[in-house]
Design a protein around this ligand. Structure first.
Ligand SMILES: *Cc1c(COP(=O)(O)O)cnc(C)c1O
Length: 446
């Protein structure tokens, strides 16, 4: 689990950091090492009570271990503990954040977006919809029924009306339903989910953008989970067209802490038109006296933020630039291929029935049964049996009508069906598919 090289590298990085402060009189904060040791032993023991997120046999929720470079850079920066709220609190890390934003913008074909890092996708989406609401006051936000639940909740926080959009058999927003909502004349913003969290389905941007321009709506892309897949080489053609159209949306949210190899606490919001910065304007009597130019604290709703997140992301982007054909893109390809192989293996099995073919790296699968209730009960049993065999899955509750499109002759004796869900977001998952499948077969037979 722990590579000793990591700790050596952290020590080296800390020595280099300390060199920057040698002009000061010697001062090293003291602490009671014995007391700390005792409590650390206890807390490390408590932390054993976790699923093995780092391991390929964790094939459940959307959890991906941070890369070593991110972890080390983050840890190193804790000895400074910069605050990216304002330049006073995080000089170097604010500069690093600005450089990260330029690179993330370029990934979407944007030259000078306004943007910054956030605590996560929720805060990032909140800002995007807040700006959307300022531009279309009182108008509706619409998003997929399979969109992250955060959108309806954020709309509530912002006091904006919200309507869900029906999804098709693939889990994407139904275009006819979008149009009928737009015909109502009160829609301000369409949220397109670029990889929804449940199914991994990608809403179709070319058509959505066309509808939006016909009816004068704004388009926000929630790519919190899927935002990096535009770098991949293995996308299907229609999915590729959507990624190539991200350049034309009004705002984008991407979570480096999902597929960007970062520890939690790293989301990002980007606006194509930097002029939306005017909405953030405020006067703080105490924060900004030392810095003249517009900076991160002036274009962000959150105040204190960990500069460490920017340090880690910058280090990661140095090592793995956001380039097509680069290492990061090859890893994303492994995830795409893992999901496709897994889908095919499930399709070949008699116990399981995979649902829609994966567009990104999420696979949802049902247990074959005559009724929705029997299928759901078996799925819950398999979840437990697999865990006993150290294979950790996730469950998802889906409409029985959707599952019945895939499971032949399924009697819908209840509204929803518990299905299994695996996010294969570690590149190593690709070679682990046969092992995962073998455990699944044993679990289904148990
Ligand atoms: C994860 C996710 C969110 C929420 O982001 P957090 O980082 O968990 O706050 C929003 N939308 C989508 C599509 C997501 O996958």
């Amino acid at each position: 689990m722990i590579n000793p090289a990591e700790l050596e590298l952290l020590q080296k990085a800390l020595s280099r950091l300390a060199e920057g402060f040698e002009a000061l009189p010697e001062f090293t904060p003291d602490f009671d090492a014995d007391a700390v040791a005792g409590v650390l032993d206890t807390v490390a023991t408590r932390m054993q009570d976790n699923y093995p997120y780092y391991h390929p046999q964790y094939a459940g929720q959307m959890l991906k271990p941070p890369h070593a470079v991110a972890r080390i850079a983050y840890a190193m920066s804790l000895w400074v503990n910069p605050n990216n709220h304002a330049l006073d609190g995080g000089k170097a890390s604010s500069a690093l954040e600005t450089e990260c934003i330029v690179e993330l913008g370029r990934m979407y074909g944007w030259d000078r977006p306004l943007g910054h890092l956030t605590g996560g996708g929720t805060m990032a989406n909140l800002e995007a919809l807040w700006v959307a609401g300022r531009l279309h006051p009182g108008k509706k936000i619409i998003a997929s029924r399979q969109a992250h639940y955060t959108h309806s909740r954020i709309s509530e926080v912002l006091g904006l009306p919200f309507s869900p959009v029906a999804v098709d058999e693939q889990g994407r927003m139904d275009l006819a339903d979008i149009e009928s909502l737009l015909e109502g004349g009160d829609v301000g913003t369409i949220v397109a989910t670029i990889g929804n969290t449940g199914l991994g389905a990608v809403d179709r941007l070319p058509e959505i953008l066309e509808l939006a321009s016909k009816y004068g709506a704004r388009v926000h892309a929630d790519a919190a989970y899927g935002g990096y897949f535009g770098l991949a080489g293995e996308l299907h053609e229609a999915t590729r067209r959507t990624y190539d159209n991200l350049v034309n949306v009004d705002s984008i949210v991407v979570d480096p802490h999902k597929h960007g190899l970062q520890p939690y606490g790293c989301g990002c919001v980007l606006f194509r038109d930097p002029a939306v910065g005017r909405f953030y304007k405020h006067d703080s009597p105490f924060t900004y006296f030392s810095s003249a130019e517009l900076h991160l604290g002036e274009i962000s709703l959150e105040c204190s933020r960990p500069g460490a997140a920017a340090v880690a992301l910058w280090a990661t982007q140095q090592l793995f630039p956001l380039e097509k054909g680069g290492q990061l893109s090859l890893w994303l390809d492994d995830c795409l291929l893992a999901a496709r192989d897994f889908w095919a293996a499930l399709d070949a099995s008699t116990a399981y029935q995979p649902l829609m073919q994966p567009e990104l790296d999420i696979v949802c699968y049902a247990l074959n049964a005559d009724t929705a209730s029997a299928s759901a009960a078996h799925a819950r049993k398999v979840f437990e049996e697999a865990a006993k065999r150290e294979l950790h899955l996730a469950m998802i509750e889906l409409p029985a009508s959707l599952v019945a499109k895939y499971v032949d002759g399924l009697e819908q004796d209840q509204e929803t069906v518990t299905c299994l869900r695996s996010v294969l977001m570690k590149p190593e998952h690709h070679e682990w598919v046969p092992r995962i499948m073998a455990i699944l077969e044993a679990a289904a037979a148990a």
